[in-house]
Write a protein that binds this ligand. Structure first.
Ligand SMILES: Cc1cc2nc3c(=O)[nH]c(=O)nc-3n(C[C@H](O)[C@H](O)[C@H](O)COP(=O)(O)O)c2cc1C
Length: 343
């Protein structure tokens, strides 16, 4: 267990912030499966937060089950910090993270994400201002930088710690590196040696073996899991048992039951126009569990309504997971709920 301020990470397994993926429906599925020590939102625009309605915003909607929850900020100007933090306190955030690693061109052009790593003085001002406005656990999430520059990375990390972040998450890739490249977990080990705050390792963890290898190379205080979360929602519980020795039951849900849980949560909590895109995004990863999963992914991808996507998914599961579908009474979502929530 990791304890920072009054937040317990038990176990120190964190859900990575992922735009379009780490919303309430995925988070509750993960809570059902168990083993997540800290949930995250996707990145949230600090500028827009103060005017968002948390009960309807697809980025903010949250059930009482989703605890503890860290809110990730996309912030570019120090004056955005006060109003954004006031909003996060109102929403009941358990932690705040600053996105300094996102390489997406749109985010970089807006002056956020990984572009900030090239502007340490701007980051210093941002972190200082965020820290000044909150007593919550504060973290930052970075990549290794533009190039492998040990001194530059060290100075940047020490600056963040000096400005009062409580832990640092390192995605072990350079700014321009694709996901197909093996992450440089050994570089997280260097960061760990420089800092006296906890360091969380991120990137490329899809199995217990990956987690063991990453911990061995990095000596990290915890792990953050991204794409494996929608692919294998049970992975956190497996890691909690195998790595951290927690006595967690194996999730009893079949794959169709997990898909059903996710789809039902989308129907219950999201406005019609916000459901289909999120179902497609999740299916892209979840389909990897089946040898013919590309058929599930492409048929859902080609759907023009939520009901059509569900019907195609049902057809896929009936053929590829008949026992799982039988347990579900052959339906993923109750027809009444589907028609009530028709899009
Ligand atoms: C679809 C997608 C969206 C992402 N959105 C964010 C984001 O909003 N904020 C962020 O810091 N990182 C974001 N990331 C990066 C992840 O948090 C994580 O660092 C990355 O996926 C590597 O971890 P993994 O190999 O476990 O997936 C995103 C990644 C993906 C695949």
């Amino acid at each position: 267990m990791l304890e920072i301020r009054d937040l317990k990470f038990d176990p120190p397994l964190l859900l990575a912030p992922m735009a379009g993926l780490t919303h309430s429906a995925l988070r509750t599925l993960l809570c059902e499966c168990g083993g997540v020590g800290l949930l995250y939102t996707e990145m949230l625009s600090a500028r827009r937060l103060p005017v968002e309605n948390p009960t309807v915003s697809p980025w903010l909607v949250r059930t009482g089950q989703e605890n503890p929850l860290c809110y990730q900020l996309f912030i570019t100007r120090p004056e955005e910090a006060g109003p954004a933090l006031e909003a996060l306190h109102r929403f009941g955030a358990d932690g705040v993270d600053i996105n300094l690693g996102c390489p997406a061109p749109r985010v970089r052009q807006a002056g956020g994400g990984s572009s900030l790593m090239a502007a340490p003085d701007r980051v210093r001002a941002l972190v200082r201002e965020v820290r000044r406005h909150t007593e919550l656990v504060l973290s930052a999430k970075i990549r290794l930088g533009e190039t492998l520059d040990e001194r530059g990375l060290r100075d940047f990390c020490l600056m963040l710690a000096g400005e009062g972040i409580d832990y640092l998450t390192v995605h072990a890739r350079l700014r321009g590196e694709q996901f197909c490249r093996k992450p440089r977990w050994e570089w997280i080990g260097r960061v760990k040696e420089w800092l006296d705050i906890p360091v969380i390792a991120n990137g490329g963890i899809f199995s217990v073996e990956d987690a063991r290898a990453c911990l061995e190379l990095s000596g990290a205080d915890g792990l953050m899991i991204g794409r494996a979360a929608p692919q294998k929602p049970w992975l956190f519980a497996e890691l909690a048992r195998e790595i951290y020795g927690l006595d967690l039951p194996r999730p009893a849900m079949t794959l169709p039951a997990m898909y059903s849980h996710f789809a039902t949560a989308l129907l219950e909590r999201f406005r019609p126009e916000r459901r289909l895109g999120r179902l497609k995004e999740f299916t892209h990863y979840f389909a990897l569990n089946y040898s013919f999963g590309h058929l599930l992914a492409t048929s859902v991808q080609a759907s023009t309504s939520f009901a059509e996507a569900i019907s195609r998914a049902e057809q896929f599961f009936r053929q590829n997971d008949p026992r799982g579908m039988e347990e579900m009474g052959e339906r993923l979502v109750s027809p009444e709920l589907l028609s009530e929530a028709a899009d």
